[in-house]
Design a protein around this ligand. Structure first.
Ligand code: C5P
Length: 232
């Protein structure tokens, strides 16, 4: 039993994948199911935390003891997360959501038409703009206080696991988070699956904890086993 080592803690978990609207019926999206984020939230609640899930396009049952806030796009996700964190007393933010790096520059308020007249075979060009890096923003905003503790995820498509770890280490340094959970994706790995292999990396140590192949629940347990003792 995990016990209650998160009793009294406030935890915010983002999960799922953002959708960036092109028009009222179309969006740019990704294959994140939200399962790993939901497992992280469920485990935190079991350990006594007060958990808010910020869920982007997730079709899963709400884990016992968790509150859910639904969002669609990266900008909505950012708004909800910064709102929760700036309201104060959040101890841990886990960024498990797959956030779109880009969104269409223009939202078209009516369904984009295939053709503008007889014989029109043209196709539109979609211009994209960058989305904010929400995780990096949370780290920057907390400044010297180091609160909340911030956990990032990294979906890496390296060929060899050495590659994955190399990229993950660089990402940990770049994002400035306290824990990076790196997992291999592609080739049917991770996205939408029930099992996952992850590597847990922390700043200031070369130590790597590898978990899996394991259920996403077991991965969640390993994450909280790592994070809980680090909370002040
Ligand atoms: O850089 P990359 O997208 O691989 O980083 C993944 C991590 O950063 C995840 O924790 C994800 O939730 C977060 N992220 C974010 N905002 C973005 C892109 C990713 O917070 N625009």
């Amino acid at each position: 039993s995990p016990g209650d080592d998160l009793a009294g803690r406030r935890v915010v978990v983002s999960a799922g994948g953002t959708r960036e609207a092109l028009d009222p019926v179309r969006f740019l999206g990704n294959r994140s199911s939200g399962k790993q984020g939901y497992a992280v939230a469920a485990e935190a609640a079991l350990r006594g935390a007060h958990v808010t899930l910020v869920a982007a396009n997730v079709d899963l049952a709400t884990p016992p003891g968790c509150e859910v806030v639904r969002v669609e796009s990266a900008l909505e996700l950012q708004e909800q997360l910064t709102g929760l964190v700036s309201a104060g007393d959040v101890d841990v933010v886990v960024m498990a959501a797959a956030v779109a790096d880009f969104r269409p520059r223009h939202y078209v308020g009516t369904k984009i038409k295939k053709s503008h007249g007889d014989g029109d075979e043209s196709a539109p060009t979609v211009e994209l703009v960058r989305n904010p890096d929400i995780l990096a923003g949370l780290v920057a905003a907390r400044g010297e206080s180091r609160t909340p503790y911030v956990v990032g995820f990294a979906a890496e498509t390296g060929d060899e696991s050495g590659d994955v770890l190399h990229h993950a280490r660089a990402k940990l340094e770049r994002k400035g988070c306290d824990l990076l959970v790196a997992n291999e994706v592609g080739g049917g790995k991770a996205f939408g699956q029930d099992d996952n292999t992850v590597h847990l990396l922390r700043p200031g140590t070369q130590e790597v904890v590898t978990v899996g192949p394991a259920t996403k629940a077991a991965v969640a347990t390993a994450i909280w086993d790592t994070v809980a003792p680090e909370l002040r």
